[in-house]
Design a protein around this ligand. Structure first.
Ligand SMILES: [Zn+2]
Length: 269
């Protein structure tokens, strides 16, 4: 079993580990460590990338409790190596994943629908629910979800005792042998989950629903959270007519930016 350092502290991205296995696989290598901060692909969330010793980590997969890292260079079995998880990709994954919890928890509470599919794609994040939602209902839950972000609530994760677990009402309840890890966002969601999440809801930044479509008798939402939402807004901004981007004085007169808020090239003042 590989020790999962990300379960203890999602902010610990740099670590030292001992190489237990290194097996050539075509052009790459499959590396097993005694412990790792690399989150393996699972639960809709992609694997962490980064470096191990002098090698790049391209993927990480878990099977039977053992996490196998795909590297582009060999590592010496028995040696001690330094690992570094690439922080921007990890933060984005945590933002998308935690945003999913907030939205899914609220939709379950308000409408009784369950999240039956979740995938962090390269473009958008998709969430599938087993019941229909109108556009007004989607906009309402999007607004509520962002209000939970603004309240900057703690994202709690812990392994309850069997007695405590039996008394908990939570999503993703499955018959699992062994420990069940619970992730709770007070007022929004309680869910069994082994993924990585930000520490407070404020770190999600924002949640934006960018697509709603009927899907298998329910609905598929496409969303963007945090830095992905910001990047999408920047792309929209660049596509906007230059005359609009300049923010004419008539607009500025009713919506003055806070002092020091705008940079000179985009200033509305
Ligand atoms: Zn989760």
């Amino acid at each position: 079993m590989t020790i999962r350092l990300f379960d203890r502290d999602v902010t610990a991205l740099d670590f030292t580990a001992t190489v237990l296995e290194c097996i050539p696989r075509g052009d790459s290598y499959e590396v097993v460590l005694d412990q790792t901060a690399f989150f393996p692909e699972g639960g809709g969330q992609g694997a962490d990338h980064g470096t191990l010793g002098g090698a790049n980590v391209l993927d990480a997969q878990e099977k039977g409790g053992v996490i196998r890292h795909t590297t582009d260079a060999p590592l010496t079995v028995g040696s001690s190596v330094e690992g570094h998880v690439e922080p921007v990709r990890r933060l984005s994954m945590m933002q998308q994943h935690t945003g999913e919890h907030i939205l899914s928890g609220l939709i379950c509470r308000l409408h009784g629908y369950h999240n039956v599919g979740f995938h962090i794609g390269t473009e958008a994040v998709t969430l599938d629910f087993n019941g229909p939602l109108t556009e007004d209902q989607v906009r309402h839950v999007e607004q509520l979800a962002n209000e939970f972000i603004w309240r900057d609530l703690p994202v709690e994760a812990w392994i309850p005792s069997p007695e405590e677990l039996a008394a908990l009402d939570y999503r993703s309840k499955k018959a699992i042998d062994g420990d069940v890890r619970i992730v709770r966002i007070p007022g929004a969601d309680t869910c069994a989950c082994c993924g990585t999440h930000v520490l407070t809801t404020g770190q999600v930044g924002q949640i934006k629903v960018i697509g709603v479509m009927k899907y298998k008798g329910g609905v598929r939402l496409s969303i963007l959270c945090g830095m992905r939402a910001l990047e999408a807004e920047t792309r929209c901004w660049r596509r906007t007519e230059p005359s609009v981007r300049r923010c004419p004085p008539s607009r500025a007169s009713w919506l003055p930016p806070p002092a020091g808020f705008c940079r000179s090239e985009t200033s509305c003042a």
